[in-house]
Write a protein that binds this ligand. Structure first.
Ligand code: ATP
Ligand code: MG
Length: 758
């Protein structure tokens, strides 16, 4: 048997990992060293050489985008023979399991996923019902508390309240929230994982079945698994399943969401005979980019430690562009993309990465003006858009009347005369009787409402009932069309002739398209996070024979609408715009994990933005920010461009940020500092400390036209005595940052400040 197609183009260490005996393995390696490639080839090795059926293999990826890329790589390696393989994100796989085993975990068959926006709404309503003051009990904090506890695998009764009334109250809200979700048949993201874990713990037969099935479990980006995901893997692997995990401690960037990089260390302790393989050669980036990445990450102290090398060319220097403001920054990026294309590159080879989603708007505007097609991943989440959620809420009600979040969204949208007062009475009855809003509304129609309110509610309930009948048995796309028109939403949006209104209608069309495509996708793919018709049949996911020969749970192909809605919630915004069009890709650095692009821009690389303000006083989060910078830098194959602005409007305020420390941590011989040709040039005196980029500092320090320097004592008429901390800019724009003894830190325009030297 010729297996060279599986083993060609691999180095010795990669081959060693791929052909490891039937054992647990940990592949610990830096960015671009071929971890994901090894994982893909390992699957080919197991199925083509070791004789395992794809049915015995489970592969877990971090995002849906990564999952579909991996599926592509596997299919191109072993073609049709990949059928039956289970692949997806933790959430996608958990969803599938819960759908099949909803009875065992106590969920209604039509349960729906509650996304984080809806979760917020549910919590807000609960707070109101519990008469808790939103100022004292911010919903965000409660949301984080609930998700955090779930990610640690804790239900309310597991939490030790001690003598802490604050925690006591939080737990009470958590409890009420759980009851509410259970009543409404809603499952949030963390709950998907928690229930999937409980499925193992509470149903030994189900667990035994999957343990026997998944003989090999492969996990990409292992450094970002949280406690619950790791526990879930451990239980599933049991005594016989073999785990093959790949990861990089330097790319652990989800600590803020409960990911535990310690899982890597723990792994070797929890499992016997773990084969450890380190990969050190990087195949992705030029020598220069790699050198910059290595130097940057070397500033972190908590590392397992590894060095990457490449035998490729040094390539171009990293361009660092100092922009006047965010618009100038965006224009520069557009210009560079155009230049790249003129030199024979294509737009989809370019990615613009940013620290926070809010940064995409200005960039999008500039790209639009320059008529450069672009696609946003993760940010403008299609399924998060109001009009899309409006329609989805009707669809959700069609399959599950108890979905309170959907009821709240749909009952009076478009307006149908159900006033606030009536809505309050519905909520009251629901709360009092512990029943879903739908049932409460039904009860109120029977008794206790004014005639007008009665009619308007009855109309709404009737509409949903008749829509259910009218859409029964229709194709997904046609169901969608019916809902769009008969709900009155289409007419409602058509009334709005503004650009925004038109955009809404376009989005709705896009949703109908998505429904059409979903059908096709279902019959084609087997490797997504969701079950497909053929998979359910061929994989037998999973009829489990009990000892007495009866089936524990008969698998059945669920409502495609339910799957579509779940897919919408799971994938929210990971895909967007026309796939066929060559477009610049915009995304947060978080979303870029695992991906690679020939040309990468990292924009807004400024103190306060990146590293974020919040991380300044916390060494651990600062290190996580630096790992994020490392992830950003190592996405680039050929050319990396980093930009920062002297002036930016952020969250409604004007700021004058300084270049990020991360720029200064890149060795100066890797950098080509591109400066504005105009008059504004920042000067940064002081503040740049050890390990900085000497030539960059020299360039930045070159001109200080303010006439003041850091450390100088000054006096101001109004603010009194102070010390100069920083100076920036020149001419009329020159600014000075002074720390006043009594008035605190202030930025002043030197020309008007009338500062006196002391
Ligand atoms: P990350 O940490 O960013 O997820 P990774 O370690 O998963 O990176 P891959 O994406 O698997 O790295 O590989 C990086 C690039 O190097 C890919 O384009 C891959 O095809 C290529 N590559 C990996 N190993 C080899 C090899 N032995 N020969 C040639 N190219 C390789
Ligand atoms: Mg990878």
């Amino acid at each position: 048997m010729d297996i060279s197609y599986i083993l060609n183009d691999l180095n010795d260490a990669q081959r060693e990992a791929i052909t490891a005996e039937n054992t647990h393995a940990l592949i610990l390696a830096g960015a671009g060293s071929g971890k994901t490639r090894v994982l893909v080839h390992r699957i080919a090795w197991l199925t083509q050489v070791m004789g395992f059926s794809p049915y015995n293999v489970l592969a877990v990826t971090f995002t849906n985008k990564a999952s579909s890329e991996m599926r592509g790589r596997i299919e191109s390696l072993i073609g049709q023979q990949a059928g039956g393989l289970t692949m997806g994100t933790f959430h996608g796989i958990a969803y599938r399991l819960l759908r099949q085993h909803h009875q065992e975990v106590g969920l209604p068959q039509s349960f729906q996923i509650l996304d984080s926006d809806d979760q917020k709404r549910v919590i807000k309503r609960l707070l109101k019902a519990m008469e808790l003051d939103e100022n004292q009990w911010p919903h965000k904090q409660i949301q984080a508390f609930i998700n955090g506890e779930k990610e640690e695998g804790r239900r309310p009764h597991h939490i030790d309240i001690g003598h802490n009334p604050f925690v006591g109250k939080m737990v009470q809200v958590y409890q009420a929230y759980e009851e509410q979700c259970q009543r409404s048949g809603l499952v949030d993201f963390a709950e998907l994982l928690l229930r999937a874990h409980e499925l193992w713990l509470k149903n030994p037969q189900v667990l035994a079945h999957y343990q026997a099935r998944y003989k090999h479990i492969l996990v990409d980006e292992f450094q970002d698994t949280n406690s619950l995901q790791y526990a879930w893997l451990r239980v599933l692997a049991g005594g016989s399943g073999k785990l093959f995990v790949v990861g990089d401690d330097d790319q652990s960037i989800y600590g803020w969401r409960g990911a535990k990089v310690e899982n890597i260390r723990q792994f070797e302790e929890d499992f016997a005979n773990v084969k450890l393989v380190r990969l050190e050669q990087n195949y992705r980036s030029t020598g220069t980019i790699l050198k910059a990445a290595n130097a940057l990450i070397a500033h972190n102290t908590t590392r397992m430690g590894k060095q990457l090398w490449s035998d490729g060319e040094d390539g171009e220097l990293i361009k660092v562009y100092e922009a006047f403001n965010e618009y100038d920054e965006a224009r520069y990026v557009c210009g560079q993309v155009e230049a790249w294309c003129e030199q024979g590159g294509s737009r989809n080879e370019a990615a613009v990465l940013y620290r926070s989603n809010a940064q995409s708007r200005v960039m999008e505007q500039a790209l639009m003006q320059a008529q450069i097609p672009y696609r946003v991943y993760g940010g403008l989440r299609f399924y998060d858009r109001a009009e899309i959620k409006d329609i989805l809420s009707y669809l959700r009600l069609l399959i599950n009347r108890d979905d309170d979040a959907a009821f709240e969204r749909a009952y009076n949208h478009p307006p149908r005369g159900i006033g606030q007062k009536t809505a309050e009475s519905i909520r009251e009855v629901a709360k009092h009787n512990q029943i879903p809003l739908w049932q409460a509304a039904e009860q109120l129609v029977e008794q206790g409402l004014t005639a007008r309110a009665k009619t308007s509610i009855a109309n709404f309930l009737g509409l949903i009932e008749s829509l259910t009948e009218a859409t029964l048995g229709l194709a997904l796309e046609d169901q969608m069309l019916k809902v769009v028109s008969r709900s009155g939403l289409q007419a409602h949006f058509e009334k709005d002739s503004s650009e925004q209104g038109k955009g809404r209608l376009e989005n709705i069309d896009e949703l109908i398209n998505a429904a059409g495509q979903f059908k096709q996708m279902q019959s084609q793919t087997t490797a997504e996070g969701l079950p497909t018709e053929s998979q359910v049949i061929t994989d037998g996911v999973d009829a489990i024979a009990q000892q007495d020969g009866t089936l524990l749970h008969t698998p059945q192909y669920d409502n495609p609408l339910a799957d579509f809605l779940a897919q919408a919630a799971l994938e929210a915004g990971e895909k967007q715009a026309d796939e066929w069009e060559s477009a610049v890709q915009l995304m947060t650095i978080h979303a870029a994990k695992g991906l690679e692009f020939p040309l990468v821009f990292m924009i807004g690389v400024e103190e306060g933005l990146f590293p974020s303000q919040r991380s300044h006083d916390d060494p651990a989060s600062l290190e996580e920010e630096r790992r994020l910078a490392y992830v950003g830098v190592t996405r680039a194959e050929k050319q990396l461009m980093i930009t920062f602005a002297n002036h930016r409007r952020l969250h409604g305020t004007e700021i004058y940020p300084q270049p990020s420390r991360f720029i200064k941590e890149i060795p100066s011989d890797c950098v080509d500092l591109v400066r504005l040709s105009g008059s504004v040039r920042p000067t940064v005196a002081g503040g740049y400390n050890t390990g900085m980029n000497a030539s960059l500092q020299a360039a930045l320090d070159a001109e200080n036209e303010t006439g003041f320097s850091a450390g100088e004592a000054v006096f101001h008429q109004k603010f009194g005595d102070g010390t100069v901390v920083d100076t920036e800019g020149s001419g009329d724009h020159a600014r000075i940052n002074v720390n006043f003894k009594n008035a605190g830190s202030k930025w002043l325009v030197t020309a008007y400040a009338n500062l006196q030297k002391k």
